[in-house]
Design a protein. Structure first.
Length: 531
């Protein structure tokens, strides 16, 4: 599915789609701000002119390996400068990065490769003790389309990305309506779906969100979350900061004090966190002597932000809070910098664009009155009309007239502000990571002795939710360690492993015969943990 010609023309006539391409974004900033710092990580500090030149050399180097317009390349890197370099280099070739979270392992990566049929795969050598080179070797055996593996660091049997350079040359710009890259979505299958984002739609998102956040050349953005997430990449994130001529600082470490140290050292002005990380910051700041006076705004999104946590942010960190709600499929909502405190603390803000169309419907598909709770449906100039190779799933995830069914339960207030109430889908949001319960359940049902299993989310003050495996079994010696080990051997990401195990006599059912997960979670929450 795609935007109709009539709708696309409407977006162009109204100046929403400007016919520009993402590869030119950095070029323009390099012309306007050549000597300003563009990108900083643990080992690199590049000006806009230096970064732009390196991107050109990398693009020519990749072209030498046969990578060309329309090719897809899986990029699985932590928060390092090379992620930015590779993405812009691919855009200048007209090729498409396929974002892949560093936490993904063989199950998720092989699925992405089957779906995208990439010609290359970009990885670190070792990150957090995991050797991605071994994974890449296995992926090449499974996915014959992968001709090259490029490695940041010690390449081993593969190719070092540092050596992939050549004399810069001009490449034709892609069509702005073409897919520029693929973001990732969770969902009912548990395996990631690919979200095609075009040059037109994503540049509109980036420019509009940078305007809402009032970015300037003096803006310094700290990337704490994985850079592959839509939130830190373009809400306004890395790309929005580049459009303003600001500086992007990449946090490679996960320790909270390291984040605060970077704010002090690099004079960071804003960043974006999920609530669980924001909670850790609030704990750390009580003991920290770091100078955080440069920080003017903290974006929090990716999971519900409880009011009790929200009210602590400005007093503790001395900066404004901005709540952000959205999805990689498109729609973004922001509280504005001039919103009254009640709006900032109690809502997830208003839609980014006046062209965003939203409906809130009941279980019968009828729109609910203003202020009532229902499922949010949306479409607009930066909301995709279908997943890449989504097949039958697209017919249920999107309406025939192009609305995306978010699965989120919301209220829309009279002033247009969105208040998120929960989710209709069977998904657990653990520290901003989405866990499909059905996926983990299917794996656990293959474990010896497990007769029935239900994965439920339990409230957690730091992560928002933790996952609990509720197992019906005759083997009461089964332990959480055993189940987690079995899942790891299947090659699923660590964040999907259950945090808790409860052995139960039976799973409660609803009147329709489905597992009553709400009742199950309530019973477990009030009980003493068994594992």
């Amino acid at each position: 599915m795609a935007w109709s010609d009539e709708i696309a023309d409407h977006y162009r006539k109204n100046g929403l789609w400007r016919g520009e391409v993402l590869g030119a974004l950095l070029r323009r900033s390099a012309q306007l701000h050549p000597d300003r710092d563009a990108l900083v990580d643990a080992s690199v500090r590049s000006t806009y002119a230096q970064l732009d030149k390196l991107v050109d050399r990398r693009a020519a180097g990749l072209a030498g390996y046969g990578i060309t317009t329309g090719d897809r390349v899986v990029v699985q890197l932590p928060n390092v400068a090379e992620f930015v370099v590779v993405c812009f280099a691919l855009w200048r070739l007209g090729a498409c990065p396929v974002f892949c979270l560093p936490s993904y392992r063989s199950v998720e990566v092989s699925h992405l490769c089957r779906l995208a049929q990439p010609v290359a795969y970009v990885i670190p050598d070792v990150h957090l003790g995991f050797d991605y080179r071994v994974l890449a070797t296995a992926i090449r055996r499974q996915c014959r389309s992968v001709r090259h593996v490029f490695v940041v660091g010690d390449a081993g049997e593969h190719t070092a990305i540092a050596d992939v350079v050549a004399t810069p040359r001009k490449f034709p710009d892609p069509d702005p309506t073409d897919v520029a890259f693929f973001l990732l979505s969770g969902g009912t299958t548990g395996l990631p779906k690919l979200i095609p984002r075009t040059h037109d739609d994503y540049l509109y998102q980036v420019n509009a969100s940078a305007q809402i956040c009032q970015l300037t050349p003096d803006s310094v953005y700290l990337v704490v979350l994985p850079i592959e997430f839509n939130f830190p990449w373009g809400c306004p994130g890395v790309l929005g900061t580049f459009t303003a001529g600001g500086t992007v600082v990449l946090a490679s470490a996960s320790a909270t004090d390291d984040h605060l140290a970077l704010i002090e050292q690099q004079r960071v002005t804003f960043t974006s966190l999920v609530p669980s990380v924001a909670c850790l910051w609030l704990e750390e700041v009580h003991y920290s002597t770091r100078d955080l006076s440069s920080l003017t705004m903290l974006q929090v999104g990716g999971a519900p932000l409880h009011h009790d946590l929200a009210v602590q942010i400005t007093p503790a960190l001395g900066c404004a809070l901005q709540q952000v709600y959205g999805m990689a499929e498109g729609l973004l909502c922001f509280t504005r910098l001039d919103d009254p405190p009640h709006t900032v603390l109690s809502t997830q803000g208003r839609p980014l664009s006046p062209a965003d169309e939203i409906m809130v419907i009941d279980t019968h598909g009828q729109e609910v009155p203003v202020g009532d709770v229902g499922e949010l449906l949306t479409r607009g100039p930066y909301t995709t009309r279908g997943y890449y190779r989504g097949g039958e799933h697209n017919t249920t995830a999107f309406t025939p007239d192009g609305y995306y069914r978010t699965g989120d339960l919301v209220r829309i207030l009279a002033d247009g502000a969105v208040v998120v109430q929960g989710r209709r889908k069977d998904t657990i949001i653990r520290g901003g990571d989405k866990i499909c319960a059905a996926e983990v359940e299917n794996y656990l049902l293959g474990y010896p002795g497990v007769r029935q299993v239900a994965i439920v989310g339990l409230p957690d003050p730091v992560l928002g939710q933790r996952s609990c495996a509720c197992v019906v079994t005759d083997d009461t010696s089964i332990s959480l360690v055993q189940l987690r080990s079995a899942l790891q051997q299947r090659g699923i990401a660590d964040y999907k492993l259950p945090d808790r195990l409860e052995i139960v006599a039976e799973l409660p059912l609803t009147a329709l015969g489905k597992v009553d997960k709400e009742r199950l979670a309530t019973e477990i929450t009030t009980a003493v943990p068994s594992r």
